[in-house]
Design a binder for this molecule. Structure first.
Ligand SMILES: Cc1cc2nc3c(=O)[nH]c(=O)nc-3n(C[C@H](O)[C@H](O)[C@H](O)COP(=O)(O)OP(=O)(O)OC[C@H]3O[C@@H](n4cnc5c(N)ncnc54)[C@H](O)[C@@H]3O)c2cc1C
Length: 405
């Protein structure tokens, strides 16, 4: 007979609600996470005999923490709310003051600058982040950052599966976490389940996230540029300029490059997992601080992906996040000026549309016979009312695609 934990995990995975965050690996020794045949991180549960009480407790904890099972919006009061970005305290345009960090980072090195400052100032003992695997550079792995050099080595977005939260130190005043919105959500829900007071919980930094592409997308793109992924000695998705280029180097010195627009728009962004298409929080309301690209826009309001000096949108989500950003500005770690988030929604079309049509997408999934995660507190009905036609279209499209898949 399968255990309760196997059934709980199986329900999330079978219904394509797993985001591959890796949070479940923290909850039970029976769970391990690895790349599936489709190129996404997925958990498996060992059939180890487990006393029923322990099995029940682990299954309950899993259902409380896993963002593919349940996601309840953070409840702490926040003075502002945005349709696209959710609740927040303050927002800025910002960049890392150190030009080397600004250039190395994805959009302006803010996360790398904050990471370095957190560890150097003793505000956090370390930071868990993601970086290219030393021995297999086309893969992405969680890393622990304790120095500026390590922070710089993990700068730049990696558009591939990695379960950063699987290394989360769920303890009061533990290592800070930089992760995708689903990862910081898993961390926050775990803190709550363990009763760690919010003010003592590890600091959570996050970024806007359109979704995690399959590892296969990276491998195919790399091969199309003349380097087999297994033969790569270095692989960067962007950074070293803004937005920077996808650059892969083979062991024979072959260098394959392509623009961000091409790598994301034609390859990586077309191979996302299902859970990301129904994400209610792609801009990181569960972080203390979340960061995104502050793209320049053309006349129609669409982002222009031309190389420039990096610029980020930085959002303080919590009071603690506000204090951190203000201290980082005062100490010259980042350079920032306040902005109104309403203007930013126009240059994040994916984030705006996904949230506005999410109710329709969820209905499409349910109509196609899929179980959906339990989302609460995201105002999806109110958002859907602002675009009924778009939601009907989204429901139909999602239904068709779900049935085809
Ligand atoms: C999958 C993905 C989708 C994204 N979608 C959007 C979007 O829709 N809109 C938008 O504006 N921005 C998006 N970004 C974020 C954007 O690319 C920048 O990461 C963000 O603006 C922060 O830039 P930065 O220069 O401050 O980060 P950096 O200083 O370059 O630091 C990046 C940090 O992110 C961590 N990291 C990198 N890749 C991953 C990963 N896959 N999982 C977990 N942690 C990781 C690293 O540890 C590092 O600490 C996305 C990033 C990723 C990885």
């Amino acid at each position: 007979m399968t255990s309760r934990l196997e059934r709980a995990v199986g329900t999330v995975v079978r219904n394509d609600n797993c985001s591959g965050c890796g949070g479940c690996a923290l909850l039970s020794d029976r769970i391990s996470v690895s790349l599936s045949g489709e190129g996404f991180l997925r958990p498996t549960v060992a059939a180890t005999p487990t006393p029923p009480q322990e099995d029940r407790a682990e299954a309950r904890l899993f259902n409380r923490v896993c963002p593919g099972s349940r996601l309840v919006a953070p409840a702490d009061p926040r003075p502002r709310d945005s349709r696209t970005f959710g609740p927040y305290v303050e927002a800025w345009e910002a960049w890392a003051t150190d030009p080397q960090v600004r250039n190395a980072g994805s959009s302006a090195g803010v996360l790398t600058a904050l990471t370095t400052w957190l560890v150097e100032s003793g505000r956090a003992p370390g930071v868990t982040g993601a970086a290219s695997d030393d021995t297999h550079p086309s893969r992405t792995v969680p890393v622990r950052i304790t120095t500026r050099a390590e922070a710089l080595a993990s700068s730049g977005s990696r558009y591939a599966p990695v379960g950063t939260v699987s290394r989360y130190s769920a303890q009061a005043r533990g290592d800070a976490l930089v992760g995708k919105p689903c990862e910081v959500s898993a961390a926050r829900q775990l803190n709550e389940a363990l009763g760690i007071p919010a003010e003592l919980a590890p600091i959570r930094l996050t970024f806007f996230c359109a979704g995690t592409p399959s590892q296969r997308a990276t491998d195919k793109l790399s091969a199309s540029l003349g380097v087999e992924a297994d033969d790569a000695i270095s692989l960067r998705y962007r950074g070293n300029g803004w937005p920077g280029e996808f650059t892969v180097v083979g062991s024979d010195g072959t260098v394959g490059r392509t623009s961000y627009d091409d790598s994301w728009g034609k390859h990586l962004g077309r191979d996302l997992q299902w859970r990301c298409k129904i994400c209610p929080d792609g801009t990181g309301a569960d972080g203390d601080v979340s960061v995104g690209d502050y793209w320049r826009a053309d006349e129609a309001g669409y982002p222009i992906f031309e190389d420039a000096e990096g610029s980020s949108v930085v959002i303080a989500r919590t009071r603690r996040g506000l204090a951190l950003v203000e201290a980082a500005i005062a100490e010259g770690v980042i350079t920032a000026s306040p902005i109104a988030l309403e203007g930013v929604a126009a240059i994040q079309p994916l984030q705006r549309e996904r949230r506005r049509t999410l109710l329709g997408r969820l209905l499409g999934r349910v109509s196609a016979g899929k179980k959906i995660p339990h989302f609460r507190g995201y105002g999806l009905v109110t958002l859907a009312r602002s675009d009924t036609t778009g939601n009907i279209r989204a429901a139909r499209g999602t239904f068709r695609r779900s049935r085809r898949a």
